[in-house]
Design a protein around this ligand. Structure first.
Ligand code: FE
Length: 164
Protein backbone atom coordinates (compact mmCIF):
# COMPACT_ATOMS: atom_id res chain seq x y z
CA UNK A 1 0.00 0.00 0.00
CA UNK A 2 1.17 3.44 -0.70
CA UNK A 3 -0.82 5.28 1.89
CA UNK A 4 1.15 8.24 3.02
CA UNK A 5 0.86 8.60 6.74
CA UNK A 6 2.03 11.84 8.12
CA UNK A 7 3.17 11.57 11.69
CA UNK A 8 1.12 13.91 13.81
CA UNK A 9 4.00 14.34 16.20
CA UNK A 10 5.41 17.77 16.78
CA UNK A 11 8.06 18.17 14.18
CA UNK A 12 10.47 20.96 15.00
CA UNK A 13 10.28 22.57 11.62
CA UNK A 14 7.04 23.73 10.12
CA UNK A 15 6.79 22.83 6.48
CA UNK A 16 5.41 25.85 4.70
CA UNK A 17 2.38 25.66 2.50
CA UNK A 18 2.58 28.16 -0.33
CA UNK A 19 -0.05 28.71 -2.93
CA UNK A 20 -0.73 31.47 -5.37
CA UNK A 21 -3.52 33.91 -4.78
CA UNK A 22 -5.48 32.24 -7.57
CA UNK A 23 -5.06 28.82 -5.98
CA UNK A 24 -6.33 30.05 -2.63
CA UNK A 25 -9.24 31.72 -4.28
CA UNK A 26 -10.13 28.45 -5.91
CA UNK A 27 -9.91 26.28 -2.81
CA UNK A 28 -11.43 28.60 -0.22
CA UNK A 29 -14.94 29.89 0.25
CA UNK A 30 -15.48 33.57 -0.39
CA UNK A 31 -15.52 34.32 3.34
CA UNK A 32 -12.44 32.22 4.02
CA UNK A 33 -10.58 33.90 1.19
CA UNK A 34 -11.53 37.38 2.34
CA UNK A 35 -10.55 36.78 5.97
CA UNK A 36 -7.60 34.39 5.65
CA UNK A 37 -5.91 35.77 2.59
CA UNK A 38 -7.05 39.40 2.62
CA UNK A 39 -6.95 40.14 6.34
CA UNK A 40 -10.69 40.49 6.65
CA UNK A 41 -12.76 40.12 9.80
CA UNK A 42 -16.02 38.28 10.16
CA UNK A 43 -18.79 40.15 11.98
CA UNK A 44 -18.90 39.42 15.72
CA UNK A 45 -21.36 36.79 16.92
CA UNK A 46 -21.81 35.39 13.42
CA UNK A 47 -19.08 32.79 13.05
CA UNK A 48 -19.45 29.06 13.52
CA UNK A 49 -17.34 28.84 16.67
CA UNK A 50 -17.71 31.96 18.80
CA UNK A 51 -19.98 30.12 21.24
CA UNK A 52 -18.79 26.56 20.67
CA UNK A 53 -17.90 24.47 23.71
CA UNK A 54 -17.17 21.24 21.90
CA UNK A 55 -13.91 19.57 22.89
CA UNK A 56 -11.42 19.26 20.12
CA UNK A 57 -8.64 20.80 18.15
CA UNK A 58 -9.02 23.87 15.99
CA UNK A 59 -7.14 23.51 12.73
CA UNK A 60 -6.19 26.12 10.18
CA UNK A 61 -9.00 26.27 7.63
CA UNK A 62 -6.48 26.79 4.86
CA UNK A 63 -3.77 24.20 5.51
CA UNK A 64 -5.01 22.00 8.38
CA UNK A 65 -2.26 22.81 10.84
CA UNK A 66 -3.40 22.34 14.45
CA UNK A 67 -3.63 25.82 15.98
CA UNK A 68 -5.69 25.89 19.16
CA UNK A 69 -7.15 23.46 21.68
CA UNK A 70 -10.64 23.75 23.09
CA UNK A 71 -8.89 23.44 26.48
CA UNK A 72 -7.70 27.02 26.16
CA UNK A 73 -10.88 28.43 24.64
CA UNK A 74 -12.91 30.75 26.81
CA UNK A 75 -15.84 33.09 26.54
CA UNK A 76 -14.37 36.55 26.07
CA UNK A 77 -17.72 38.13 25.28
CA UNK A 78 -16.27 39.48 22.05
CA UNK A 79 -18.30 37.39 19.65
CA UNK A 80 -15.22 35.69 18.23
CA UNK A 81 -13.68 32.42 19.36
CA UNK A 82 -11.07 33.34 21.94
CA UNK A 83 -8.15 31.38 23.30
CA UNK A 84 -5.58 32.22 25.93
CA UNK A 85 -2.84 30.23 24.23
CA UNK A 86 -2.04 28.54 20.92
CA UNK A 87 -1.61 24.78 20.87
CA UNK A 88 2.05 25.26 20.09
CA UNK A 89 3.94 28.52 20.00
CA UNK A 90 5.39 27.49 16.66
CA UNK A 91 1.95 27.09 15.10
CA UNK A 92 1.22 30.78 14.95
CA UNK A 93 3.17 33.85 13.97
CA UNK A 94 2.49 37.47 14.78
CA UNK A 95 3.19 40.83 13.26
CA UNK A 96 2.25 44.41 13.96
CA UNK A 97 -0.92 45.57 12.25
CA UNK A 98 -1.39 49.32 12.00
CA UNK A 99 -4.57 49.31 9.92
CA UNK A 100 -7.68 51.23 10.95
CA UNK A 101 -5.61 53.76 12.93
CA UNK A 102 -4.90 51.18 15.60
CA UNK A 103 -1.82 49.28 16.55
CA UNK A 104 -2.67 45.66 17.01
CA UNK A 105 -0.82 42.38 16.86
CA UNK A 106 -1.98 40.29 13.95
CA UNK A 107 -1.93 36.48 14.27
CA UNK A 108 -1.41 34.11 11.37
CA UNK A 109 -0.83 30.45 10.71
CA UNK A 110 2.91 29.75 10.63
CA UNK A 111 2.48 27.15 7.94
CA UNK A 112 0.45 28.88 5.25
CA UNK A 113 0.34 32.48 6.43
CA UNK A 114 -3.44 32.53 6.79
CA UNK A 115 -4.67 35.54 8.70
CA UNK A 116 -6.38 34.26 11.84
CA UNK A 117 -7.15 37.33 13.92
CA UNK A 118 -5.35 39.37 16.58
CA UNK A 119 -3.88 38.81 20.01
CA UNK A 120 -4.55 41.26 22.84
CA UNK A 121 -2.99 41.52 26.31
CA UNK A 122 -6.33 41.43 28.12
CA UNK A 123 -6.86 37.68 28.33
CA UNK A 124 -7.24 35.47 31.38
CA UNK A 125 -4.46 33.80 33.32
CA UNK A 126 -2.20 31.93 33.11
CA UNK A 127 -1.02 33.83 30.03
CA UNK A 128 -3.02 37.04 30.07
CA UNK A 129 -3.34 36.75 26.30
CA UNK A 130 -6.51 36.85 24.27
CA UNK A 131 -6.21 35.28 20.86
CA UNK A 132 -9.24 36.70 19.12
CA UNK A 133 -9.72 34.49 16.09
CA UNK A 134 -12.14 34.45 13.20
CA UNK A 135 -14.27 31.31 13.09
CA UNK A 136 -13.91 31.18 9.36
CA UNK A 137 -10.15 30.78 9.71
CA UNK A 138 -10.64 27.66 11.79
CA UNK A 139 -11.91 24.13 11.39
CA UNK A 140 -12.84 22.25 14.56
CA UNK A 141 -11.83 18.64 14.72
CA UNK A 142 -13.97 17.35 17.62
CA UNK A 143 -12.55 14.83 20.06
CA UNK A 144 -14.41 11.54 19.80
CA UNK A 145 -16.57 10.99 22.87
CA UNK A 146 -14.79 8.24 24.79
CA UNK A 147 -17.20 8.12 27.67
CA UNK A 148 -19.42 5.43 26.12
CA UNK A 149 -19.26 2.51 28.55
CA UNK A 150 -18.79 -0.76 26.77
CA UNK A 151 -21.67 -0.51 24.36
CA UNK A 152 -21.19 -2.60 21.31
CA UNK A 153 -21.70 -1.21 17.88
CA UNK A 154 -19.54 1.47 16.53
CA UNK A 155 -20.97 4.78 17.50
CA UNK A 156 -24.36 4.73 15.89
CA UNK A 157 -25.83 8.15 16.07
CA UNK A 158 -29.38 9.01 15.30
CA UNK A 159 -29.72 12.32 13.66
CA UNK A 160 -27.13 14.96 13.30
CA UNK A 161 -27.47 17.98 15.46
CA UNK A 162 -25.03 20.02 13.53
CA UNK A 163 -25.54 23.29 11.83
CA UNK A 164 -23.40 24.24 8.92
FE1 FE B 1 -2.49 27.38 7.72
Amino acid sequence: MTSKTQPQAESPEVEKVEKTDAEWRETLSDDQYRVCRKHGTEPAFTGAYWNTKTSGTYLCACCGQALFSSDTKYDSGSGWPSFWQPLDAAAVGTQTDRSFMMTRTEVHCSRCGAHLGHVFPDGPQPTGDRYCINSVSLHLEPVPDLRADGETGGGKKAGEAKGS
